[in-house]
Design a protein around this ligand. Structure first.
Ligand SMILES: NC(=O)c1ccc[n+]([C@@H]2O[C@H](COP(=O)([O-])OP(=O)(O)OC[C@H]3O[C@@H](n4cnc5c(N)ncnc54)[C@H](O)[C@@H]3O)[C@@H](O)[C@H]2O)c1
Length: 377
């Protein structure tokens, strides 16, 4: 009997719409608008937004076609009319808003870095566990199908024992003397900038792909004098590390690399094959061996099930960053509908994962300050 072909062949299917999950978004700058698009793609309503002032919230709500403009983010995260809140504000507002939201019984999606200190991250992660609510952080590079394919190949033995992990995350938007942003400010942004902002994404992704944990590290940081001598946070980090399973690694993180826009790249070298993934060219995964080298293309018909589930259009129809966010929000909604993380194992990155990245960030800053190796639990 012939096999019935599906179109797209073998593709993962987005879960159904979640009309009941009323969502509100605190902060609708660059990433808040990406969250808004992702929520709408699930079919759930975005019922309200907040901004840095009531007037800006009204403007944003009108521009984005959202019904309600909250006067403050505090009002938004505690509103009776909301089931899921997304916190997309500058970093220093994450912890207080996430705590208020959890205490008000809301499911929370909070942007990274979860908080600006390891202590507050631990407190928040513990609170999230106590409540049994969904508490998710969009380390969304995990949602690229070919990154998921790398994870599947590392887990099923095709890669062999992992010996080396290396790569970089490079941007250029702070490379010129006049460049600035709230992220540069150590209060709004927190004590780490480049590492907390993008290094944490790389480490989360690489730990997720390999199943290894970074346990020891030493770091060098570099800070550009952009503020006329005022204290500023680091623009670049160079990191040397060991993992709990005996691999060694290096990472360069920079927001001052001209021409590099969002170059997150990693390579994992195992005893059988090497795997390399480039976030700016996410439709393929380099798979190298002594005998044969090549790019494995995203094709849901041939990928591992965990990668095929994220691959919602056929190969040759490029997917990207916005699709990662949509898949992440679908996982959040699926877990809410399943009764929360006590009823089903969450597939999304949790507050515990994000708290680990805050601890790693503190170890990086500590190592650079002391010129020593630091252990990370
Ligand atoms: N997961 C990712 O891939 C990703 C990507 C980019 C940014 N982020 C994170 O998202 C957050 C926002 O970054 P962004 O790039 O959108 O910055 P942004 O500057 O574009 O937007 C932040 C917005 O928040 C508003 N705001 C300030 N205080 C507020 C408050 N109390 N309540 C509501 N709104 C407030 C600002 O006016 C601004 O419009 C940061 O924590 C950042 O680290 C994550």
């Amino acid at each position: 009997m012939g096999r019935t072909a599906s179109y797209p062949p073998g593709a993962g299917h987005p879960s159904g719409a979640a009309p009941g999950l009323r969502t509100a978004i605190a902060g609708v700058g660059m990433i808040g608008r990406v969250h808004l698009d992702a929520v709408r793609r699930t079919g759930a309503p975005v019922v309200g937004v907040s901004a840095s002032s009531p007037a800006r919230a009204k403007e944003a709500a009108a521009a984005l076609g959202v019904e309600h403009a909250y006067d403050s983010s505090e009002e938004l995260v505690t509103s009776d009319d909301v089931d899921v809140v997304h916190i997309c504000t500058p970093n220093d507002a994450h912890a207080p808003l996430a705590e208020l939201a959890l205490r008000a019984g809301k499911h929370v999606v909070c942007e990274k870095p979860l908080t600006t200190s390891p202590e507050s991250a631990a407190t928040l992660a513990a609170l999230a566990r106590e409540t049994g609510l969904v508490a998710a952080v969009p380390f969304v590079y995990r949602y690229h199908p070919m990154a998921a394919e790398a994870r599947a190949r590392a887990a099923d033995g095709r890669t062999g024992e992992i010996r080396l992990v290396h790569g970089h995350y490079l941007q250029d938007w702070l490379s010129e003397p006049g460049d600035t942003n709230w992220r540069v400010d150590a209060v709004a942004g927190g004590p780490s900038r480049a590492f907390a902002d993008i290094g944490s994404h790389w480490c989360d992704l690489v730990e997720w792909v390999t199943g290894h944990r970074i346990t020891e590290l030493t770091a060098l940081t570099q800070t550009v004098d952009r503020a006329g001598g005022r204290p500023a946070t680091e623009d670049a980090v160079q990191l040397l590390f060991r993992t709990d399973r005996g691999a060694t690694g290096t990472l360069t993180v920079s927001q001052i690399s001209p021409g590099r826009k969002n170059r997150l790249w990693f390579e994992v070298d195992g005893t059988r094959t090497s795997l390399a993934f480039d976030q700016e060219a996410p439709e393929s995964l380099f798979v190298g061996s002594r005998g044969e080298n090549g790019a494995v293309l995203r094709d849901p018909a041939t990928l591992s099930p965990a990668a095929a589930r994220l691959s919602v259009v056929p190969g040759g129809h490029p997917m990207g960053y916005l699709d990662c966010f949509a898949a992440f929000v679908r996982d959040v909604h699926d877990t809410v509908r399943a009764g929360g993380p006590r009823r089903t194992t969450p597939l999304y990155p949790t507050f515990d994962d994000a708290a680990r990245m805050v601890r790693l960030t503190a170890a990086v800053l500590g190592s650079a300050a002391d010129r020593t190796w630091k252990e990370v639990d």
